[in-house]
Design a protein around this ligand. Structure first.
Ligand code: OAD
Ligand code: ZN
Length: 245
């Protein structure tokens, strides 16, 4: 499945980056955004994933995130997540950058995950940004208020039009530019600035590998394309270097 060049190079590479998108969690039963049955085919990003959407109807936005939390609550990491976590154990310098908010990489044992779009688990005040620490019942649609200022509570995700957390995007750009092998996995590479990372890696001299059953915006620019599900391809990558998951 993977080229002889990559299999020979991988164990010797000094720095490896895995960059993931919604596709890596698809086999865990979490919907992607832009596939045929993706979230953006049913829901409006402007209504549900923007500051304006929250201001015009905070209850609707909150309920949508509660629904996504209920789905996530029943989901578990899949072999793709576990294979990346295994790579981090095996090799010294493996960075993991994700656009996902589901925390499934962490559940699979990955440490120091660079979360570009925040996470869906924690919450903060929409007005004053104070973290909301009280327990949230994912089965209730009650929109909580800030313990400090009374403002409405929102999930700790990045919405359209918002800045990415500065430390996360800075670190992501740094490790992408420096790495020797860069894997772009399960992402349509359409949302910037995240989508620029594979290109930064390429410019920095990395060998760039895409794992995605479908062609993407960046397929023509990478060194190797694996047209396979990540839950199949990543365990196979381990297998090809002689490691069992
Ligand atoms: P997309 O939904 O745009 O792309 C998912 C990609 O995963 C597609 O290219 C699919 O072909 C691929 N895919 C599907 N199943 C797969 C599988 N089993 N294995 C490997 N690949 C598979 O999702 P993202 O690129 O992650 O932003 O979207 C980027 C951002 O857009 C998200 O982080 C989110 C969204 O709006 C925010 O919430 C800020
Ligand atoms: Zn507040």
């Amino acid at each position: 499945m993977f080229s002889d060049y990559l299999i020979d190079f991988l164990p010797r590479a000094r720095t490896i980056v895995f960059f993931t998108g919604a596709g890596i969690s698809a086999e865990s039963g979490i919907a992607t955004f832009r596939d045929k049955d993706g979230l953006w085919s049913k829901f409006s990003p402007t209504e549900l994933a923007s500051v304006e959407g929250f201001m015009s109807n905070p209850q609707r936005v909150w309920e949508w995130y509660q629904h996504r939390r209920q789905v996530l609550d029943k989901a578990s990491p899949n072999p793709g997540h576990f294979a990346i976590s295994k790579m981090q154990e095996l090799f010294p310098n493996v960075d993991l950058i994700t656009q996902n908010v589901d925390r499934l990489h962490q559940q699979a044992g990955s440490k120091d995950v660079i979360e570009l779009h925040g996470n869906i688990i924690t919450n903060r005040c929409f007005e004053c940004s104070t973290p909301y620490t009280a327990e949230i019942d994912i089965n209730s649609n009650n929109l909580p208020n800030c313990q400090k200022c009374g403002g409405k509570i929102r999930p700790d995700v990045v919405w359209f039009g918002e800045m990415l957390p500065a430390d996360a995007i800075t670190k992501a750009q740094e490790v992408s530019e420096m790495c020797e092998i860069f894997f772009t996995i399960g992402t349509s590479a359409e949302v910037y600035p995240a989508a620029n990372l594979p290109l930064l890696a390429k410019q920095g001299g990395a060998y760039v590998v895409e794992i995605n059953p479908h062609k993407t915006q960046i397929s023509d620019k990478v060194d190797e394309c694996i047209r396979e599900l990540s839950g199949v391809a990543l365990p196979e990558l381990l297998n090809q270097i002689g490691v069992k998951l």
